[in-house]
Each structure stands twice: as structure tokens, then as C-alpha cells.
Design a protein. Structure first.
Length: 429
């Protein structure tokens, strides 16, 4: 499917859904399952393209992984259970797969070649290659190891003390995977708190890790035991319907079993500050926090978003920008330069595509400024191969007058294969 026509102007959203499993947690559950000894059973795993790439890479590394409709079963044999692949590992569109795998492979005693798609080929890998190299890793790649394809010759690693130059959970996690195999104690300092699923999962699989303020301390030489994982609904996927529910007149929706990890729930803070009618009810859970979110349409106002909140909503900025077009007044999004190195340059793609719909929006060096409330109209727009841009534009069709033609909608399957089915279910009269 090269393009899709959407005519959903002012279709209210009503009903209850459970969004698919969290992408970050799904990747990590396969990785830890593969590195652990014994069986790991994963329920509510996200069968999006990115996470299926992670499964494919671990199969090529010799790990037995079974897939049923209900669960993923990983038969881990410990760190030593990984073996030299005969094929190139292809991470597809997934930055998480590429960067976290580098941390794992850096310490395995064999040779691997890692590639991805054309978007991955533009994303900086030196942010991971530099610290891993200082731990003793041998990684070569295009542009002195800045970009894929990358070749890893696994070697003996030693611990480091590292201050992250950017707030990135992928860089932190890659170093953690290397540190777990290294000799000695590694200390990582984060400039801002980023998603902590790796830290949580180290504990869940029987390992040890401590946090002292913004420092994370981990000992090398750890092994893990297989366990059962339930993956909460992805708040980054829920965000598209939270925004739709807040801004499309006459909506009331309930999203069940959504992950509410405090390092991920910035979108809820933003909705509250903008004046949304939102209610969050936490459920009892072991490990990752989870709950039900109810949202109803309300009058919204523009706000300023920046600082420590940014890592907690980094992937939600495209959909927040759309929300801001429907809020009264000015919304400023700042401190978000990281958007430039995602699947697309998300400052440029968000601004350019929303302008085509008539939004008053301008790009800044570290974010964007949106002037609301502005009426949107249908137009020909494109996801540019970026799943989050595709979903943001599909949600825009709910408030844009006329037909919105979305080019390249298939990229949405990267993180939310059933997105259009869920949207249809919620907009059905
Ligand atoms: O660790 C993760 O699972 C992720 C971390 C974030 O990237 P950065 O670490 O580059 O900020 C986020 O944008 C990405 O979707 C998933
Ligand atoms: C940036 C994203 O993912 P990744 O870095 O894993 O490609 C995303 O899902 O928005």
C-alpha cells in the first residue's frame, strides 16, 4: 500500500481498547531471555517489525525462540549460548536493536556484521561505539564507526566510569550490556533520567544494579535466570489515542493495561497541564507499573515543554505537536535536539507535514513553536517512512476538514501493526 485516503473529520472516539505491548520492554525481554539460563516466557509481546527484527537477530545468534499467538518463548543458554552467526544481522528500522546489540556483541568472542535500513544508516552509532571502544570493544564501521554497516570483533571488556553526553536510554543500555560482561565495576552518570527498563529487567532476571542519584552502578560478570515477563501496553502507542480523545469533540475512551513507568509518562503530565480531562488508575503490578487511562474531550491550552520532561516523552513529541495545533495559545517545545536523529529528523518532518495541513508551526534549533488553535484541512502528506509521523498524520485526519491522503502508511507496522484496526474500532458509531 503506497498511500491511503482518510476521511474521518470530526469522528468522535468512544470505547475501550488495550494497546499492543511496549516496544522498549519487548526488545529487552528477548535480549535478557536470550542471555539468561533457562526458559523465558513473554506475554503481550509487541509483534511490530522492530521487535521481530530483534527476535530474528537472536535466532541468527543461535538462540531458540518459539512464537505462538499468545506468547514468545526464549530458550536461553547464558552468555555462552550465543554463537557466531553465518549471516549478517539486519536490525531493519530499529535503533534500539542496533545499539543494544552492539553492547551485547562487544563482549562475545566472535565476529558479527550489523546492518539496518536506509534510515538506520543515517543514525549516529558513534554515541555507542565510542564508550564501548573505551571498554576494550573492537568495532569498525563506515565513517570510522559512526554509521552502519558495523563489524564487531568481540573481545574482553573492562569496566568504565562514563558520563553520558546525551540523555539516551539506548546508549545507557548498550553500556550496561557491555558492563555486565566486563571485569570490574562500571559507573554511568545520566544528565537526565531516561527510561529505566534495562535496569528493571536486570533485577527481574536475577541480576544486581544500583542507582545513586544520577549514577548507575553495575558489577561485571553477572549471569541471569529465565523468568516470565508480562509486557505492559505501550504508552507511546496509547499517546496517539490519548491525544485523539482529548481533542476530537464528543470523545470518551478507556485505554487498559498501559505501562505507567515514571520515566515514560511525560505525555500524561503534558495532557494534565494543557487542561485535558484525564483520569489515571494504577493497578497492582510486579515490576513495571501499569494502569487504566480514561480521557474525554476538553478545552486545551498551550504550554511550554522542555528540560527533564523531554526524555520522558521524546517519542510523543510528533503527536504533542498536533495536539498543540488544537490548543488555545502558544506551545513551545524546547531542549529536544535529539528529535533530529530519530527515524527521520522529527523537527523538520513534523513541521513540514503539519504546515501542509494548515498548522501555524515553526521549527527552532531545539524543538518547535505551535500557535493554536488553528483549523486543519486535508492534504497530501507523508510518513517519510517514520511510524510515529504516520500515526500522527492519521490522527490529524480526525480533526482536518476534507480528505487526508497519507503516503507510506505501512511504516506504522514498525511499532503498532493494528493501529488502523484500533482507530476503526474507536471511531465506529
Ligand atoms: O531505549 C529505548 O528503548 C528507546 C530509547 C529512546 O531513544 P534514545 O535512547 O536514542 O533517546 C527512544 O526514542 C526509542 O524509541 C526507544
Ligand atoms: C526512535 C524510535 O525507535 P528506535 O530508536 O528504536 O528506532 C521510536 O520508536 O520512536
Amino acid at each position: 500500500m503506497k498511500e491511503m485516503e482518510l476521511e474521518l473529520t470530526n469522528s468522535p472516539l468512544n470505547g475501550r481498547i488495550e494497546v499492543p505491548g511496549d516496544k522498549s520492554i519487548s526488545h529487552r525481554s528477548v535480549m535478557f531471555g536470550a542471555l539468561a539460563e533457562g526458559k523465558t516466557t513473554i506475554r503481550h509481546f509487541l509483534k511490530g517489525e522492530d521487535c521481530l527484527r530483534t527476535i530474528d537477530c537472536f535466532r541468527k545468534l543461535g538462540v531458540n525462540i518459539e512464537e505462538t499467538d499468545e506468547e514468545i518463548i526464549v530458550y536461553g543458554k547464558g552468555w555462552e549460548g550465543l554463537s557466531e552467526p553465518t549471516e549478517i544481522l539486519d536490525a531493519g528500522n530499529s535503533g534500539t536493536t542496533t545499539r543494544l546489540l552492539l553492547g551485547i556483541l562487544a563482549g562475545r568472542p566472535f565476529h558479527t556484521v550489523l546492518i539496518g535500513d536506509e534510515s538506520i544508516a543515517k543514525r549516529p552509532m558513534d554515541r555507542v561505539v565510542v564508550p564501548l571502544t573505551s571498554m576494550g570493544a573492537k568495532i569498525n564501521g563506515r565513517s570510522s564507526g559512526r554509521f552502519t554497516p558495523l563489524a564487531v570483533n568481540g573481545s574482553k571488556l573492562h569496566a568504565i566510569q562514563y558520563e553520558l553526553p546525551v540523555a539516551s536510554a539506548q546508549v545507557k543500555s548498550a553500556i550496561l550490556f557491555a558492563a555486565l560482561q566486563a571485569e570490574g565495576e562500571t559507573v554511568i552518570t545520566e544528565p537526565q533520567l531516561t527510561r529505566d527498563h534495562t535496569e528493571k529487567m536486570i533485577k527481574q532476571f536475577g541480576g544486581d544494579i544500583t542507582r545513586r542519584g544520577n549514577e548507575i552502578v553495575v558489577q561485571g560478570g553477572q549471569s541471569f535466570t529465565g523468568t516470565n515477563v508480562y509486557v505492559p501496553g505501550d504508552i507511546s502507542s496509547a499517546a496517539f489515542f490519548l491525544v485523539a480523545g482529548a481533542m476530537v469533540p464528543g470523545s470518551e475512551i478507556v485505554l487498559e493495561n498501559v505501562g505507567l513507568n515514571p520515566t515514560r509518562r511525560g505525555i500524561i503530565d503534558v495532557l494534565v497541564q494543557m487542561g485535558a480531562d484525564i483520569h489515571v488508575e494504577a493497578s497492582d503490578a510486579i515490576g513495571e507499573e501499569i494502569g487504566t487511562i480514561t480521557i474525554r474531550t476538553s478545552q486545551l491550552k498551550g504550554i511550554e515543554i522542555g528540560g527533564d520532561l523531554i526524555p520522558k516523552l521524546i517519542d510523543e513529541i510528533p503527536i504533542i505537536a498536533l495536539l498543540a495545533t488544537q490548543a488555545e495559545g502558544k506551545t513551545v517545545i524546547k531542549d529536544a535536539e535529539e528529535l533530529k536523529v530519530k527515524e527521520t529528523n522529527r523537527i523538520d518532518t513534523v513541521v513540514n507535514e503539519l504546515k501542509k495541513l494548515g498548522a501555524e508551526i515553526e521549527a527552532t534549533e531545539d524543538g518547535m513553536i505551535v500557535y493554536g488553535k488553528s483549523p486543519l484541512t486535508g492534504a497530501r502528506v507523508s510518513s517519510h517512512g517514520d511510524h510515529r509521523i504516520g500515526m500522527m498524520l492519521a490522527v490529524a485526519s480526525l480533526v482536518a476538514n476534507g480528505t487526508l491522503t497519507l503516503e507510506n502508511p505501512e511504516s506504522i507496522a514498525v511499532s503498532y501493526p493494528s493501529f488502523f484496526e484500533d482507530m476503526k474500532q474507536l471511531t465506529q458509531k
